[in-house]
Design a protein around this ligand. Structure first.
Ligand code: LMR
Length: 395
């Protein structure tokens, strides 16, 4: 049966995680997988999560099945966190999923069921798993221009020109905030123009929100999504609680469709049916942690403080790395790092240079130059800047 099975191709992020784990060098620096790390390189369980888990342990009296959509309290709390009251609840259908990854997959399955001929447009630089997820659902994708590599900012002209090329009924996948891998986000003005263009040309936006709270603030990071939802008849959303609640391995996410009220029940039923055919019921524990935190004033306050501290640390790392590279190279070529949002930036390095950083300096980043800024600390910022300067000098 398996003789003709092609050799599996490991996802670049997963392969890098493995290579890092296997590297015996003590000084190794992990700037690969998108996981928050503190200054000691740890990813601790958030205090608010620990407190919520203690309450759940105490109070939970059954682990019997819930509905295919998952826990209603989790979905309602997330609806508020994401949409902030920008649309009435009667327009929102949502189901829990095992992480944001499964949310992306389920939304692709939903699109396929409704409009299999649609193209899903994806930013030219995107999370490496987006394209495989779209393909696995049997949908086709095409890239739109996004990053201006020279300035490290949005290629505004290219972006809007490409949006103009999309057909009515096509789907545009947009990163809600903290674009992965570029760190380049749309301004509110860009979101407003995007919404107007989408409305005029009749596409459907699909917002992937995996880093809410890591950009500017919980509300500001959802500003673009809320604008789209308030203005357009249909918006699709995949959201993750992996990063902002630090619940990575618990797999907490949701797939959401904002539609006209008359279509809401159909969408809710279809999404529930898609869950049934892939994994039946979504995992419960992480979602319950999220709704416990969001539903309690003190826990929520504590969680926001922890999230703010993570965001500030990452932003400080950005500034410090940009400054250290400037000091080492005498050039402001990497200055854009300080202006970007969230965990990731795409460094203008060739694949061979990324390899040298890994082999010679034990600094691990993705092959396209994506670095996780949270992986740095006071010591490794200088080490990384020096190594980058050395690699650049060899050009
Ligand atoms: C990343 O981009 O590194 C994270 O979102 C982890 C993942 O699942 O790829």
């Amino acid at each position: 049966m398996f003789e003709t099975l092609p050799a599996p191709k490991l996802d670049g992020i997963i392969a890098l995680m493995q290579a890092f784990a296997d590297d015996p060098r003590a000084e190794k620096v992990d700037l690969g997988v998108g996981v928050y790390r503190d200054e000691y390189g740890r990813t601790p369980v958030m205090r608010a999560v620990k407190a919520a888990e203690a309450r759940i342990l105490e109070a939970q009296d059954s682990k019997s099945y819930l509905s295919l959509a998952g826990d209603r309290a989790f979905l309602e709390a997330m609806e508020t966190l994401l949409l902030g009251g920008s649309v009435p609840g009667a327009r929102v259908a949502a189901v829990g999923t095992p992480g944001g990854t499964a949310a992306v997959r389920q939304i692709c399955e939903l699109i396929k069921r409704a409009r299999p001929e649609a193209t899903i447009w994806v930013s030219a630089q995107t999370w490496p798993n987006h394209l495989p997820l779209i393909a696995a659902a049997g949908m086709q994708s095409r890239p739109y221009r996004y990053l201006d590599r020279e300035s490290g900012a949005l290629d505004r002209e290219g972006f809007f020109a490409d949006l103009e090329q999309m057909a009515a009924g096509d789907v545009v996948l947009l990163h809600g905030c903290c674009h992965n891998p570029t760190g380049v986000d749309l301004s509110l003005q860009d979101w407003a123009e995007t919404a107007a263009l989408i409305e005029r040309r009749g596409m459907v936006p699909f917002v992937d929100m995996a880093y809410q709270g890591f950009g500017v603030s919980l509300d500001a990071d959802a500003g673009g999504l809320r604008h789209l939802a308030a203005r357009l008849p249909e918006v699709l959303v995949a959201a993750s609680c992996s990063k902002n609640f630090g619940l990575y391995r618990e797999r907490v996410g949701l797939a959401m469709a904002v539609v006209e009220p008359g279509l809401r029940d159909t969408l809710a039923g279809t999404l529930a049916g898609l869950n049934r055919q892939s994994f039946a019921f979504p995992p419960d524990h992480g979602g319950r942690v999220v709704s416990t935190i969001l539903g309690d004033t003190a826990l929520r306050h504590g969680w926001q403080g922890e999230l703010d501290a993570m965001r500030i640390r990452v932003a400080e790392n950005r500034r410090a790395l940009a400054e250290a590279i400037r000091a080492e190279t005498g050039s402001d070529r990497f200055g854009f790092i300080a202006a970007q949002n969230g965990m990731f930036s795409l460094l203008p390095l060739a694949p061979a240079e990324v390899e040298t950083l890994r082999d010679k300096h034990a600094i691990y980043m993705l092959g396209d130059g994506r670095v996780n800024m949270a992986g740095l600390n006071a010591e490794t910022i200088d080490v990384t800047a020096r190594a980058i300067a050395e690699v650049l000098q060899a050009r």
